[in-house]
Design a protein around this ligand. Structure first.
Ligand SMILES: [Cu+2]
Length: 225
């Protein structure tokens, strides 16, 4: 091989190595969503209260316009975190404050409540098994854990609402719906959860941005023994 050829190989390898180095450093520096630990919040075997909210725009951080989930940690503080550590084989009392509006679903299957106790959720106190998103305010998001068959549709607030929240965490004086459901955690493992409504406004088909980012419209249920 000529000197020029060898030089090209060396330079090429150097560029590849530099690329990996930059990728590693950026990955290390990028913010990661913290894990909220619910395993020691109550006596062993006692139900875990998991309270979350869905907000139309987080209002702070690197993506202030993104739609997001928030979670209330065991000390009662709202956190921007979507990885939740919970005990196995334990009842979860899920409460979701939904501050976002909704729309008709592209897939009516997402209006079905699945995997919860008795296959129902309560919407502002009213038990429902299936929400027809072509009626009323439509559905804004779902809280779904596909690997264990759980899905909870989050009915939107009125599209005409004026008392809406734009900076998380949202106080309950803003217009919102309260959705409750209970379910029992499976055995230990990492179970991804996500929203199935393409709610990433401004992204292709609504599936980019917050829909494809852990920390916004998806996360993990970290189930431990
Ligand atoms: Cu969503």
């Amino acid at each position: 091989m000529s000197f020029g050829g060898r030089l090209s190989v060396v330079l090429g390898l150097f560029v590849i190595a530099a690329g990996f180095a930059v990728w590693g450093v950026v990955g290390f520096l990028l913010p990661t969503t913290p894990t909220i630990d619910f395993t020691s919040a109550q006596a062993a075997g006692a139900p875990v209260n998991l309270t979350v909210q869905t907000v139309p725009s987080i209002g702070f951080g690197s993506h202030p316009t993104w739609v997001t989930y928030m979670v209330k940690d065991p000390s009662g503080q709202w956190q921007h975190a979507t990885i939740w550590k919970v005990p196995a084989h334990t009842r979860i009392n899920l409460t979701i404050e939904q501050y976002d509006s909704g729309s008709p679903l592209r897939n009516q299957q997402w209006g079905l409540v699945a995997g919860t106790t008795n296959g129902v959720e309560t919407l502002n106190g009213q038990a429902i098994h299936l929400y027809d998103s072509n009626s009323g305010n439509g559905v804004g998001h779902t809280f779904s854990i596909p690997t264990i068959g759980i899905s909870v549709p989050l009915v939107g607030i009125s599209g005409d609402a004026t008392n809406t929240c734009s900076v998380a965490p949202c106080g309950t004086h803003f217009d919102h719906n309260v959705i409750k459901a209970t379910f029992v955690t499976p055995g230990p493992g990492e179970y991804p959860w996500q929203c199935f409504v393409p709610c990433g406004l401004g992204f292709l088909f609504g599936n980019g941005g917050p829909m494809s980012a852990v920390g916004y419209m998806g996360g993990f249920l970290d189930v431990t023994a």
